[in-house]
Each structure stands twice: as structure tokens, then as C-alpha cells.
Design a protein around this ligand. Structure first.
Ligand SMILES: [Zn+2]
Length: 500
């Protein structure tokens, strides 16, 4: 409301004038010192517009795969194209195969030896694994607790029985069994792993995985006690408590029926490139990433069933779009190339980023760093956790970039939740384990995390914009540095191992 005359109002107007003048001077100073690199525009209202669209009910939570996700991917693609990013060979959008398995209730597992028979019951003695459908029959072969490195000779059709350890992924066994020509796989779960594994192969559940359907076979997860009881019934030796797992051929046979509907679908990742200006360093990339997918539509909470994923992770996706726009508008492009990536399938187990490193649209060995953004719009106004700082020289670099930009008013802190394993829980892990030094920008979880109430109006847009500017300055610093970032040697062994 505008007031025409009167004493105090005049003062107020004068005050407003002073404020406008100060703001203009500040803006002027900021743009003045002749650095065209700093001539970009990442504002709270830009972030707001993008987050409101991505987290709108119309996109229905951007489940992987879904129409809402495809709309998000199409939007990101057209924005990359509009601002002038280049597509990698094959185009902006990479679609990767996604195996959908719908678990049925009609599984059966029977072991036979001569006239003796042991029937295991689904949901109490064993659980189906979401791998391949059909009925298989073969000789029971114990293969211990360590997946064989070399392919074992096929011989007659065998159903493998393997003992699961916490450090071996069920998929490693699947790969080994399929390569050796086994027809089925029974994984015996120690009691302490059972609760986790059951969740993963529950009845009526639809499970999405990456994977090669051709190299798959029916699999079941059996409880240790149920398996021991069945073997005893057949008159077979059982694993001694605390002793070495059984190993070797038996004269028993197993029949496994997998009641599963398997369908191969596809999901998108979107990648756009801003080529670097340096002839040599321009061949290298700084990879900026965020997952665009969410949890989709699920169990209603307070009458709302759309899990909008505004903070998680429309906020990070908006940051990627804003940085892409800002980078493309720079008067002076950075020396190294910038790669902007929106992945899907994060919420289903880092599927999109795993697909990216499995069939990389740009050579992985030329990616010098990954900065991943997942949730930057909630919690503390002026502080951002950057996870992975001790693992590489990127940790010191982000501190110095934050110190060089006091106008952003963001305090960088390290991992505030050391027991949370967050470095391994978003897409930076897919890149880091391939040898790419990485950082993860993350504001922590909150009461709306993974709930329908993670909605756009709750996001702190001013905060999200300031973090985006900080990440952008960091990306430019990496892209313009003489040296590429490097690992802390010990962290490299821990995270990358011998992988690259
Ligand atoms: Zn997330």
C-alpha cells in the first residue's frame, strides 16, 4: 500500500530510497570487477519456478519409470537444448533397461533324496528372489560362502546352494551361478541378514533392478534353520554351527518354481555438455549431477498419496538446470568441459547412475570430479553439509571457494552423520567407486523426507539458490585449475579398491 503524504511516511520512503541505492551499488560492485565469468544469474525465484514445476502433483512424484519422470526428463532435455548445451553422442537422453519383477504367491521349493522329501514353505521357510520366472530342477550342489572367481564347468544341471555373507551381494552369486550354467540358486541367509533380505523379496512387491534378464535364473532365499531342518530330513549332513559352510556335490535334487512376472522397461538419464575452452583440458569433464526421480505415488498420509519429492530432489535438479543456464551464458567459458547430468532410478538403488558408469556416454577416465546434489532446500538457512570432504583434494577446495564467497553466506560443514553412510547412499557413490573424486551436497533429512509432505512450498528457495551458486563457483574452480582433483590415497583404497 502506498501512502501519499505525512511525516513518518516520508522518512520511510527515504529509508527505502537509501536501501535501493545500497542494493544498486552492491549489485554494481558485484558485476563490476571486469570478470565476465561472474556474470550469471541464479536466483531464488528461478529455483522456485523450477522446483514448483518438478514437484507439482501433475508429475506424480516422478517414479522410475513413469510418465511423470518422462515429463521431467523431457523438460530437462529441452532446457539443456534451449540454453545451448551440446548433447553427447547418441543425444541428450540415454535410456537404460530396467527389469521389473512382480512377485507372486505361488512359489514352491522341494528337495528330494531317494524316497525322502522336504518341502519348504514360501514366506516362512523361504522367499522368492526377483530374478527369473519358471520351474527348474537339478542336482543339489553346495558351493560355500565365496562366489567362485573362475567359471566352474557346467556338467549336469545343478541347483546351487550358497551361504550368504554380509559382504557378498546376492547379485554376485547370481552372476557366478549363471556363468557356471546352474539352473537355479538357493541363498541361505544367516539369521542376522534375514530381516533386510525379506523386505527385498516380499509378496506382491514390484521390484526394479538393473540387470541382464538373459543371464538370470530362478532364485530363492532360504532361512538357515529351515534349510538345516530340510537337509536333516533328507539324511544329509548339515553345516556345523560356526563351522565352514557345506561344499560339494550331493545325490539330492531340488525343484524350484518361481512365480514371477518379469518385464523389461526403460528409464531415462539426461546429459548436456558445455565444452571447455582449453584445447587440451577441454577434453576433461567436471560432472555435476542430481537425481530427478522420486518415490512416485504410494501409501496415503493424511489423504495425500503423491510423494512430490520437492527437497528430494527437485531442489538438486533445479540446481543442475540453473547451473547449466548460468554456464552457457558465461562470457568466458571454463577451461575444462562441464557435464550436467540428471539421473533417474536413484530411489530404487542408484540405478540411473549405475547405468551411466556401465555404459558411459562420455569416457569415465576423462571425468575429473563429480559434484552431486541431493536435497538442498530444507533445514538450516546458512549451513550446508558437504559429504566426502576427507576423501580427496575437493574437500580443501570447497572450503576455499566458500571462503572466497562471503557474499553467499553459506557455511560448509563436513559429514554431520558419520554413522549414516550417506556417501554411499546417493549417486556420487556410483562415480566414486569408478575412481572419480566426488563430493555430495546434502542438507540432511527432515520430517517430510520420503513423505507426501515433501512439497515445494516448504523449500527455502533463497538457501537453495545460494548453495547452487556455491556449487557453481566450485565447478568453475575445478574446471579452471591447472591440476585435476586427486584422491586421498587411503580413501581411494577404501572406496575405489582395485576397480580402476
Ligand atoms: Zn534423494
Amino acid at each position: 500500500m502506498w501512502v501519499e503524504t505525512g511525516g513518518p511516511e516520508v522518512k520511510a520512503r527515504y529509508g527505502l530510497f537509501i536501501w535501493l541505492l545500497a542494493t544498486a551499488l552492491w549489485l554494481g560492485c558485484r558485476a563490476a570487477p571486469g570478470s565476465p565469468e561472474r556474470d550469471y544469474d541464479i536466483t531464488p525465484s528461478d529455483m522456485r519456478a523450477r522446483i514448483f514445476f518438478l514437484a507439482s502433483d501433475r508429475l506424480r512424484g516422478r517414479d522410475t519409470p513413469s510418465q511423470g519422470l518422462d515429463i521431467a526428463a523431457g523438460y530437462i532435455r529441452s532446457e539443456f537444448q534451449r540454453v545451448g548445451l551440446e548433447p553427447p553422442r547418441g543425444g541428450y537422453v540415454q535410456r537404460y533397461p530396467l527389469v521389473m519383477s512382480e512377485m507372486g504367491a505361488g512359489w514352491s521349493l522341494t528337495l528330494r533324496r531317494g524316497s525322502r522329501r522336504a518341502v519348504l514353505r514360501q514366506h516362512s521357510d523361504f522367499w522368492g528372489l526377483p530374478w527369473a520366472a519358471g520351474t527348474v530342477e537339478g542336482r543339489l550342489r553346495f558351493v560355500g560362502a565365496e562366489p567362485p572367481a573362475a567359471t566352474v564347468a557346467a556338467g549336469e544341471p545343478a541347483v546351487w546352494v550358497a551361504y550368504l555373507r554380509p559382504d557378498v551381494m546376492p547379485r554376485q552369486w547370481l552372476g557366478a551361478a549363471a556363468a557356471a550354467g546352474a539352473v537355479g540358486l538357493i541363498l541361505v541367509a544367516p539369521a542376522e541378514l534375514e530381516p533386510y533380505l525379506r523386505e527385498w523379496c516380499w509378496d506382491d512387491e514390484v521390484v526394479y533392478e538393473m540387470g541382464d534378464v538373459e543371464a538370470s535364473l530362478p532364485g530363492a532365499l532360504a532361512s538357515e534353520d529351515a534349510m538345516a531342518a530340510a537337509l536333516e530330513r533328507l539324511g544329509l549332513e548339515t553345516q556345523p554351527a560356526g563351522g565352514p559352510p557345506l561344499h560339494g556335490e550331493t545325490d539330492a535334487r531340488a525343484q524350484l518354481s518361481a512365480d514371477l512376472r518379469v518385464e523389461v522397461l526403460a528409464a531415462p538419464n539426461v546429459l548436456g555438455i558445455l565444452p571447455g575452452r582449453d584445447a587440451e583440458l577441454g577434453e576433461q569433464y567436471v560432472l555435476l549431477s542430481a537425481h530427478m526421480d522420486g518415490l512416485g505415488v504410494g501409501l496415503p498420509v493424511d489423504g495425500d498419496s503423491i510423494y512430490n519429492g520437492a527437497d528430494d530432489n527437485a531442489s538438486g535438479t533445479a540446481a543442475i538446470l540453473e547451473m547449466a543456464e548460468a554456464a552457457a551464458a558465461l562470457g568466458n567459458r571454463p577451461r575444462r568441459s562441464l557435464a550436467f547430468l540428471a539421473v533417474s532410478g536413484e530411489e530404487k538403488g542408484l540405478l540411473g547412475s549405475t547405468a551411466f558408469v556401465t555404459q558411459p556416454p562420455i569416457p569415465l577416465e576423462r571425468i575429473v570430479a563429480n559434484i552431486n546434489i541431493d536435497m538442498i532446500g530444507r533445514n538450516w538457512e546458512d549451513t550446508i553439509a558437504v559429504i566426502g570432504k576427507p576423501y580427496s583434494t575437493l574437500g580443501l577446495l570447497v572450503d576455499s571457494v566458500a571462503a572466497a564467497h562471503p557474499e553467499l553466506g553459506m557455511t560448509v560443514v563436513g559429514d554431520l552423520w558419520p554413522g549414516g553412510g550417506f556417501f554411499f547412499r546417493s549417486d556420487q557413490f556410483s562415480f566414486a567407486r569408478k575412481g572419480i573424486p566426488a563430493l555430495f551436497f546434502f542438507n540432511g533429512v527432515h520430517e517430510d523426507y520420503h513423505r507426501p509432505s515433501d512439497e515445494a512450498q516448504k523449500v527455502k528457495f533463497r538457501k537453495a539458490a545460494r548453495i547452487t551458486r556455491l556449487v557453481f563457483e566450485l565447478a568453475l574452480a575445478i574446471a579452471n585449475a591447472d591440476e585435476a582433483p586427486d584422491w586421498d590415497p587411503q580413501a581411494r583404497v577404501q572406496i575405489v579398491g582395485g576397480d580402476r
